[in-house]
Design a protein around this ligand. Structure first.
Ligand code: 4NP
Length: 178
């Protein structure tokens, strides 16, 4: 009996659709970049039918807008296409819908915590918790020069690799002997 339950539970873990939400302030620089990079990692890993990624902003300044031109250009130089994204603001339903809600910096995290129902608080984390680099926040590049956008991409690529490895390990481990 216990065996049966265990098998169903293991199976549900391994076939789960994992939903990841990347969050910054404006949803035009960092979180669309994280969306594009992590989506690339998911596709390359052959996990596009198992892991889904989206992005949004805590602020409402840029709703409906394309990502910042500098983000689009810097990402394109490394082979990521951000041109089809449009900014949206975090909605109440996001806290239930997404399994991993990943903030780019501590201000984003505090804003999310203030809006998040108690039951879902454990879904909130800093994205760079998954990076190898010893850095807490993806710095806001909006008022920086071009080099700020390159730093953003370096950190996001690092954390995307770590996040994919973590989700793979936790939700889609290779079958024993497989
Ligand atoms: P993001 O960058 O949060 O990475 O999208 C920003 C974009 C716009 C503004 C601030 C940060 N803004 O103040 O308009």
């Amino acid at each position: 009996m216990i065996d049966g339950f265990l098998r169903v539970w293991m199976l549900s873990l391994m076939t789960a659709n994992i939903q990841v939400l990347m969050v910054c302030l404006g949803n035009i620089c960092r979180s669309p970049t994280a969306h594009g990079v992590f989506n690339n990692r998911i596709k390359n890993a052959g996990l596009a039918d198992k892991i889904h990624v989206d992005c949004s902003g805590t602020g409402n300044y840029h709703i409906g807008k394309k990502p910042d031109r500098r983000s689009i250009e810097t990402a394109a130089q490394r082979g990521y296409d951000l041109s089809s994204f449009r900014a949206r603001q975090v909605q109440a339903s996001d806290f239930e819908r997404f399994d991993y809600i990943l903030a780019m910096d501590n201000a984003n995290l505090r804003d999310l915590q203030a809006r998040c129902p108690q039951d879902y608080l454990s879904k909130l984390q800093l994205f760079l918790d998954y990076a190898g680099a010893d850095c807490e926040a993806v710095p806001d590049p909006y008022f920086s020069g071009a080099e700020g956008f390159d730093v953003v991409l370096d950190l996001i690529e690092d954390a995307s690799d770590g996040l994919l490895a973590y989700i793979r390990d936790r939700h889609f481990p290779d079958p024993v002997g497989g």
